[in-house]
Write a protein that binds this ligand. Structure first.
Ligand code: ATP
Ligand code: SF4
Ligand code: MG
Length: 339
């Protein structure tokens, strides 16, 4: 079966990552910030999960915790589970986590320039992984590095391995980062806003490349982004985060057609329906809560135009809306059955 046929299949063999009820807090002298308050999501082989949400909703902290690179202290995991191919990551030792990083799961970041070392050629930086993790000779490792640059469609790869990061444009640097993250052939890739620093045309090219690589390699891709246009084009499923929780999850088509949570609705509002590319999430009135003092009841209630008394008192449960869709709103069923 091809990787594409596997999309969202959800069989035990294709389930790459399962995050369940993840809790993370950041402690400081000013108090404890409840940054993740029960995040759950999963990704299967060959599919793209998009993670959406305003700044501070916990998208990157979740990704860092999955990768085992959470800044501890001040960040502490206080509950939940992260299973990679069924293996619990939160109790795996640091050695095992290191072994899995790069080989099995990799992450690319928004800012390729600061992630690359300016004093080494890009070839050297990619080749390091082949030398230290695969025991290759310097020459063979450089040849592999050139192959990787070629794979991410950097023209004239054999020459360009010898160049330094500053000699590459922003888009080309991001391609280098993708090459570096895929060097050891991971089956799970987390891309944390991989295109925000780039102009719109280059963003589209990088997204097309990631999508193509995902398809060719049967990788699971977690795409963290603010760009709804990108999400509409490439995501199979979407998880929407608010104040450290997933508040709605759905396949991309259903979510765009009819959001099942007022927060998702807010994010989608005022987005031009045609040519959405490059449009940021709409701003919703008010601000996300201070994570040291999350409001009682539904955390979204101070900003929600649908809020009723119950919303101020009772934390909404996750309502199962069928076909893998769910929403943490008291009125979820009503919302999706509107005309
Ligand atoms: N190292 C840290 N120390 C203290 N607080 C942190 C740290 N890293 C993240 N946080 C806090 O955790 C919360 C969630 O941050 P996170 O970076 O996950 O948000 P995000 O959803 O990725 O936002 P953005 O869209 O801006 O990238 C924020 O309130 C942030 O201030
Ligand atoms: S539970 Fe109430 S406040 Fe929360 S999103 Fe739904 S309607 Fe709004
Ligand atoms: Mg982030």
């Amino acid at each position: 079966m091809s990787a594409v046929d596997n999309r969202g299949g959800g069989s035990p063999e294709s389930r790459l990552l399962e995050v369940e009820d993840l809790h993370v807090e950041f402690r400081s002298k000013d108090g404890t910030a409840n940054v993740l308050n029960g995040v759950s999501y999963h990704v299967d082989a060959g599919e793209t999960l998009a993670v959406l949400g305003e700044s501070g909703s916990g998208k990157s902290v979740t990704a860092q915790t999955v990768m085992g690179i959470l800044d501890t202290p001040p960040g502490f995991v206080t509950g939940g589970s992260i299973r990679y191919r069924g293996e619990e990551m939160l109790t795996a030792g640091e050695e095992r986590r290191r072994e899995l990083r790069g080989e099995n799961m990799a992450m690319i970041f928004q800012d390729a320039l600061s992630a690359l070392n300016p004093v080494f050629t890009v070839g050297f930086q990619i080749a390091e992984q082949f030398r230290f993790r695969r025991g290759m000779s310097r020459k063979d490792a450089m040849a592999k590095a050139a192959e990787m640059l070629d794979m991410v469609k950097i023209p004239n790869a054999k020459q360009r391995v010898k160049e330094f990061p500053h000699q590459f444009s922003g888009g080309m640097r991001q391609r280098v980062m993708i090459a570096m993250s895929l060097a050891l052939d991971p089956d799970l890739l987390i891309a944390d806003e991989p295109t925000t620093a780039l102009d719109v045309t280059v963003q589209a090219q990088i997204m097309d490349l990631l999508d193509e690589l995902r398809r060719e390699r049967g990788m699971g891709l977690i795409l963290i982004t603010h760009d709804l246009g990108v999400v509409a084009e490439v995501a199979d499923r979407i998880s929407v985060m608010y104040a450290g929780r997933v508040v709605e999850k759905a396949d991309a088509h259903s979510l765009y057609k009819q959001p099942g949570h007022p927060y998702t609705e807010g994010l989608m509002e005022s987005i031009p329906r045609l040519d959405m590319k490059g449009h940021e999430l709409a701003s919703i009135q008010g601000l996300p809560p201070t994570l040291t003092n999350i409001p009682p009841g539904c955390p979204f209630h101070p900003r929600c135009h649908r809020a009723e008394d119950a919303c101020r008192e009772k934390v909404p449960e996750f309502h199962d809306l069928g076909l893998g869709r769910a929403s943490a709103c008291h009125f979820a069923e009503e919302l999706i059955s509107r005309d």
